[in-house]
Design a protein around this ligand. Structure first.
Ligand code: 0L1
Ligand code: MG
Length: 262
């Protein structure tokens, strides 16, 4: 690590304030160019600690930048990992206040809940299959705290991978009833199809993202506990939303997830 503890604490407070007060900031690597990957995750961990100390619960883990469309959109080649907290959850068909966010975008995600712990190194798709309790669809609302969504990977990891809201909906299904690679996803805004893709867009198989998460945590002496909700990452590129927009995402075999930005 290249940053001292006082700087980690200061940057976590800076980024969490930007999230909670919905204002943008410049990417932190401008001022801390020597920041390394461990520093970035240490800042994210401190944001998580601050939320839990305030009484928030961790609702799930997320993989980000896992689809080829998203990597291309953001000009990166490596997935990132973060978390979602309870207060970020909104009901299916409900409203999301646009003014509470900076410049939100939506992305469709294939998600799972685990029934057994997963621990890397060496975690692979088959191990994730064996540990999957059920599959469920969600829409993630990402809202980078960085001005104009301009960041590098270390800055975005520190910013908890742009987590801001998420909506779980549709229908839960057993993994053996689905082929996650060919599962189609159609994202509509105000009745207009804006983007579509199939699950294989996520690293060839969405559960490969979960294996990567387990291996990432394993390298840090952590594991994915049983009963964890995990978002595998946007299948398509993320789409900007404005106040007044109705978002509806149709997931093949998993139903629809919808929300309205007000
Ligand atoms: O969930 C995501 O894929 C977000 C990753 C962070 C990058 C971004 O804000 O697009
Ligand atoms: Mg996402």
């Amino acid at each position: 690590m290249n940053l001292d503890n006082a700087t980690i604490l200061k940057l976590a407070e800076h980024l969490e304030n930007a999230e909670l007060q919905a204002h943008d900031v410049t990417k932190i690597t401008n001022d801390y160019p020597d920041m390394d990957w461990d520093d970035a995750y240490a800042i994210q961990d401190e944001i998580r600690r601050r939320k839990e100390a305030r009484g928030n619960k961790i609702a799930g883990l997320k993989c980000g930048l896992t689809s080829f469309a998203k990597m291309k959109q953001m000009g990166v080649e490596t997935p990132v990992f973060g978390f979602v907290a309870d207060y970020m959850s909104r009901p299916d068909g409900g409203e999301i206040k646009h003014a509470e966010l900076i410049h939100p975008k939506v992305e469709a995600e294939i998600c799972i809940v685990t029934k057994a712990p997963l621990k890397g190194p060496g975690c692979h798709v088959a191990a994730v299959m064996a540990a999957t309790d059920f599959v469920i669809p969600a829409v993630e609302v990402i809202d980078s705290r960085y001005r104009d969504f301009k960041f590098d990977l270390k800055s975005v990891i520190a910013d908890n991978t742009s987590s801001s809201r998420f909506v779980i909906g549709g229908t839960m299904r057993n993994l053996d009833e689905l082929d996650l690679r060919t599962l189609g996803v159609v994202l509509e805004i105000n009745g207009e199809i804006r983007t579509m893709a199939a699950g294989a867009a996520v690293l060839g198989h969405p559960l490969a993202a979960v294996a990567m998460l387990a291996n990432h945590l394993g390298a840090r002496g952590q594991e994915i506990p049983a009963g964890t909700f995990i978002m595998t990452g946007g299948v398509t590129e993320a789409i900007t939303v404005n106040a007044g927009d109705n978002v509806n995402v149709r997931f093949q075999d998993l139903g629809s997830v919808s929300m309205r930005f007000v």
